[in-house]
Design a protein around this ligand. Structure first.
Ligand code: PLP
Length: 240
């Protein structure tokens, strides 16, 4: 089987699973965006994915993300950054991606805003601004110190900082289900956090949740963006 046929098969399967979860949740299929996470896979795969109708791709590391975007510059794709961000890389990442999912601490906001200010994208004569999601931790409080997102108690303050930054747009929340817990339970907690978040930030309606192992559960809990790697591309060539 060619790589193209393999990706086409996998994509059809994932799209079918998304459609069934949407039906089960009583939501239109158009309410969920599939982001294919292409980390560790070559730019040639991204070209094939674009041919197969993928509109959104995600990466989790700089400079891999930058290099791949350069190698795919002719393609009409939205580039999402979903990985942890070192503070000193925030500006460069903010200058070349379209959406950042992993804003997890106040220290990143200034750099992302500076980077976004350099981005050439405009809507008429207004800068478009960089779409940002705040990554919230679903870890139990006893896991303090882990780096899986901002603690719920600090979420509102971080989201306000993003909202007030001149070149950033607060569009929603992102989360990763912690290992060792039923994702349905984790995502129920996320839905509750999101409910309160939307009271304060009603325009920030995006919810990025769900990976290969748990995107169905995430859609049932309200996810609008699922981040799927292995189920589309296969096993990653290297361990993380
Ligand atoms: C790698 C990654 C994914 C995709 O994971 P798969 O299990 O390959 O689907 C999703 N989200 C983040 C933040 C990732 O780093």
């Amino acid at each position: 089987m060619t790589r193209r046929a393999e990706l086409a098969d996998n994509l059809a399967d994932v799209r079918d699973r998304i459609a069934r979860s949407c039906a089960e949740a009583g939501r239109p299929e158009s309410s969920v965006t599939l982001i294919v996470i292409t980390k560790f896979f070559p730019a040639s795969d991204v070209h094939l994915l674009a041919e197969l109708g993928v509109t959104d791709v995600g990466e989790n590391r700089h400079p891999e993300a930058f290099d791949k975007r350069q190698a795919c510059s002719g393609l009409d794709l939205r580039w999402h950054y979903v990985g942890g961000i070192q503070s000193n890389k925030a500006a460069v990442i903010g200058s070349y991606v379209d959406v950042v999912h992993s804003v997890d601490r106040p220290k990143l906001v200034g750099g992302l805003d500076r980077g976004a200010a350099q981005s050439p994208a405009t809507d008429g004569d207004r800068p478009v601004g960089l779409d940002c999601l705040v990554q919230v931790s679903l870890d139990p409080p006893t896991h303090r110190g882990s780096r899986n997102g901002v603690a719920t108690a600090d979420l509102s303050a971080l989201a306000s900082l993003v909202q007030d930054a001149a070149h950033l747009r607060l569009v929603g929340l992102m989360a990763v289900a912690p290992l060792g817990e039923d994702p349905t339970v984790s995502f129920a907690r996320l839905a509750e956090i999101r409910g309160q978040f939307l009271d304060e930030f009603p325009q920030a309606t995006a919810l990025s949740a769900g990976m290969s192992g748990d995107f169905e559960a995430a859609i049932l809990a309200g996810a609008t963006h699922v981040r799927v790697g292995r189920s589309v591309l296969g096993l990653r060539p290297t361990f993380e």
